[in-house]
Structure formats: C-alpha cells, structure tokens
Design a protein around this ligand. Sequence first.
Ligand code: ATP
Ligand code: MG
Length: 434
Amino acid sequence: MQDRTYTAEAEPGETVTVAGWVHEVRDLGGIAFLILRDTTGQIQVKFQKDEMDEDLVETGLGVSRESVITVTGAVEEEPRAPTGVEITPESVEVVAAADPELPLDPSGKVDAEISTRLDNRTLDLRKEEVQAIFEIRAEALAAIRAHFREVGCTEINTPKIVATGTEGGTELFPITYFGQEAFMNQSPQLFKQLMAGSSLERVFEIGPIFRAEEHNTPRHLNEATSIDFEGAFCDHQEAMDVVEGVVKAAYEAVAEECSEELETLGLADEFEVPEEAFPRLSYEEAIERINATGELEEQLVWGDDLPTEGEKALGEDVGTHYFITDWPSEIKPFYIMDHEEDEQLSTGFDLMHPRMELVSGGQREHRYEELVDGFEQQGLDPDAFEYYTKMFKYGMPPHAGWGLGGERLVMTMLGLENIREAVLFPRDRQRLSP
Ligand code: ATP
Ligand code: MG
C-alpha cells in the first residue's frame, strides 16, 4: 500500500495514513479511543466527539474489533497514550469488516485452548506473544543460513517424495506416485551424503521431514523442519563443532536482534547466549551419571537407549547444552561409522538441550563394502538403495553430518511447553487441517 506508515514509525508533527486491525475501542463518553494494531505495534486514535464530523465518529466507533481499517490524520505527542503518540483522524476507512463473533480473542484477555488457537492461527498470530515466537524463529533460521555460508556450506534442496526410506519402514508415510508406491521423506540423509561426495563438499538444507510416528508428545510432530549439515572430509568431532557454531549463532542473533520479542515473551532477563564450549560426554559417562542421580527405578546398563526420564535427569545434572558421544554401535543407524579401535563404539553423537534431544549426527560409513553389509544387517535390501550405494564406488570421501530439529531449537530456546507453539500449522495425530 503506497503512502502507508507503520504505527511504530508515526512521528509527531506528521500527517500519516496507518493501516491495520481494530484492537480495541474505548468509549469514555465525550471522548473515545480506538487502538489500531499492525505488524510493528499499536497506535491510539482519538475521537473528540463534539469537535468531529459525526459520520467520522460513527465509522470509527461503530467498527467491530479485528476489522481492517485505514486512518489518516495528524500525529501528536500524547504521554498518556500507550506508545506516547496519538492520531487525530481526518478520515477512517473500513477496508474489511470483521464478524463481531470471533473464535478467539486476539487481545489475549480471554485465554483459548491450543486447539482453538491452531484452528484459527491467523487470529492467534495477531497476538503479540505468538507473533514474537515466529519473528524469533525467522531470525534464528536467517542466522543459521548466514552461519552455514560463513563456514563454507552450500544450501541444497532435496526431494521430499522418495522411493525408499532410511530409518526403517514403520515411520514412513506412503503415498501414491502415478500408480506406484512412494513415501514422504523422513530425512534428507541419503541425498545430503550424495552431495558431500560431489564437489559441493559441504552442504546444508532446511526443509521438512515426515515421520509417521504414532506417539503424541509435546516434542514430536509428524511433519517437522530439519536443519541438516553434511561435510566431506569431516569427522564427528568437526561435525560437532559445526552444530555448536550453528546453535550459538542462532542464540546470538536472537539476543541481538529480537530484544523486543524477548521482552514480549517475558524472557528479556533470563535469555542467555551459551558462551562456554558444550561438554562432550561419552555414552558410558552419561549412563553412569544418570544412574548416580538415582532418578530411575532401574539402573541403565550398556546398550540401553536413554529413556526420557534419564535424559531429563542428566539434563538437570549438566545444566547446559551437551553432547553424548561414543554410542554403542547397535543403537545407532547402520550408516554411522564405528570407531576404528573399537567396533562396538560408534562415532554417532547427540546434542542435547537439558530438556531434550536436539540433534543426532556422526561420521558416515563411506566404504562401499561396509555400507552394503550395513544395509543387509539392518534387514534392508541394498538393491533398493543402489542409486545411493553405487556413488560410493566412484570416490566417496570420508564425511560427517547431523540433523537438528528446527522446532525443538525454538521450543528449547524460548522455554515453550509444547512444540506445536513453534510451528504454524502442526501435523500431529489429530491434526491434518488447517
Ligand atoms: P527422538 O528420539 O527424540 O524421537 P529421533 O532420534 O527419532 O528423535 P532423529 O532421527 O535423530 O530423531 O532426528 C534428528 C533430530 O530431528 C532430532 O534430534 C529432533 O531434533 C528432530 N526430530 C526428529 N523427529 C522429530 C519429530 N517427530 N518431531 C520433531 N522433531 C523431530
Ligand atoms: Mg536421534
């Protein structure tokens, strides 16, 4: 819209046209105020009834909440107004009237259930604190992209419709592709590895992953945003350095660029950029420390996957982001390389936030024979993956990488209780629309 001024930029002494939503109308008798809201904030519009054209007053005060209007008028300083300025309107135009019955209250005075909020996400995102989450998410993703470029990575986009899955058949969503069975991709794993073997060498992708997991938890989605890295001539240690850099870059950018949003979320004082190196605990140390907390009914033994309560107890004990390294080979995927000195130990690692897992990664098996054996041991048919395995015959360098859950990053960064708060239109067991 030409000649539109954002509410945050309306300066005293100017005559401006602002456009946005009717946040509130307060009629005090002789005087009334309309609060207009746009993406940058709010501004007060003052109606001095006996000094103004009757039609103008009627239009301004008769409009229903959440209607879209434009207001043209002079901006004046007014210390009592919420933002220190107010507009005396010359004209008010109703662009799109809103139904007076709203399914939720964007002013936030009346709380709504999460399901009502998700059903009406447009209205929900008219709330400052919900808007703040998505501004922060966008800032974090932009910083992550910039950081990847700084460390020599090329952004790629790989197919989401695939012929085969990597992480076992049960978690795949099948679809029909011109009469043929196909699947929604669970992870860009195989494709990003193929690109680490190309002259791109170091690649990243930010894109959707699809998991047909039945569980319904506050930290699982059936469609999530995965931030993926894969680098040629990298080992697992270097891959951990890269993810540590990415996570810190996201926190730094949010601290620097999103102070208002953090304020809105009540996090201005407690938001901390992780400064120290993330501790790297071996799996063995991790289970010993979990056992020592006494939080689990049964002691963990070598080879156990870490139960959620175990992760929680360890997270409280460590208190910062940390890595768990040197997992037993048997509980990490077959494409992860084992340690040369000890085949029981894998180079797989997880990056943990005190509350939950954020990342899984590792060095990959790049030797053709070992890779094909791995498929067989996993009960997967290597022939079905020939498009992938054959590239390992034509000069595949050692490489390593990881996948970071974008929503989990935002969720843990902002202390959100439910991962659904960090995604606009979540896909879960109950939700396929909107
Ligand atoms: P979890 O054990 O927590 O279910 P996972 O080990 O199955 O996760 P990976 O396959 O290792 O997940 O995926 C790498 C990262 O992608 C995870 O650490 C997580 O941040 C994110 N992720 C994976 N699955 C989901 C999901 N269903 N919902 C949201 N994020 C996910
Ligand atoms: Mg994992």
